[in-house]
Design a protein around this ligand. Sequence first.
Ligand SMILES: [Zn+2]
Length: 282
Amino acid sequence: MSPLLTWPLAFVLGAVLGSFLNVVIVRLPVMLMRRWRTEAQEALALEPDSMPTYNLATPRSHCPGCGHFIAWHDNLPVIGWLKRRGRCAACGTRISIQYPMIELIAATLALAIVAGHGVSWASLWLLGACLALLALAVIDWRTQLLPDAITLPLLWAGLLYQWLFAPWQLEGAVLGAVSGYLSLWLVYWLFKFATGKEGMGYGDFKLMAALGAWLGWQALPLLLLLSAGVGALVGMTLIATRRQQRDQPLPFGPFIALAGWIALLVGEPLLHGYRALLLGGI
Ligand SMILES: [Zn+2]
């Protein structure tokens, strides 16, 4: 198929999926909090609060200010937000720029995958992985949570992806998942032992395990280097510009996700040379 056709289609598909991602990013943490609250109440033999249904589908998209349901034509990815100039049609409450931003990033990711890998089933899987990483990065940045509901399926999907599309790398993927988890687990305990503080959460280990599955154990040093490097750079910038207190923890998930994107999208030549170096050079 001609890029004249596939690139715009990929962009639109990415934007539509990004729109769904917005729902996941906003609602999944709330759904988890509600579930934990109910579980805690049950464990304490308290009567659980009765709350109205809240999931990815219910209630429909509405304005956070006045509750006005958003019409489908105002809910179109990016266009809807631009059309209303980022405000609710009924009451004028500001609608966060996060919504069109996520849709644009998702669309750009889809475009990058089609441009770099062409149109194939493997590309569709890659898009799924990149979008899951996007959701995790934003959720972790906002709430310091990396939900199991995304990290664990991402891990299984990575192993399946290798089995389907690169079975010769399956062994490296299994080892990658195990050593991805263990590497951060080890850093966590060493850090805790040395400083008495917790530098990361278990979600970070699971996310690194998932990337180990998608990219193989050989990619782990690169992933660790990239995520720690970018994380340190952003952390220092935030402290220097006084947007972040020195002792305030910075979520690590967004940087692991960023490293994952780089490795998944442009990492193939990088990883190739690097594998050759590991296996042949020394
Ligand atoms: Zn409103």
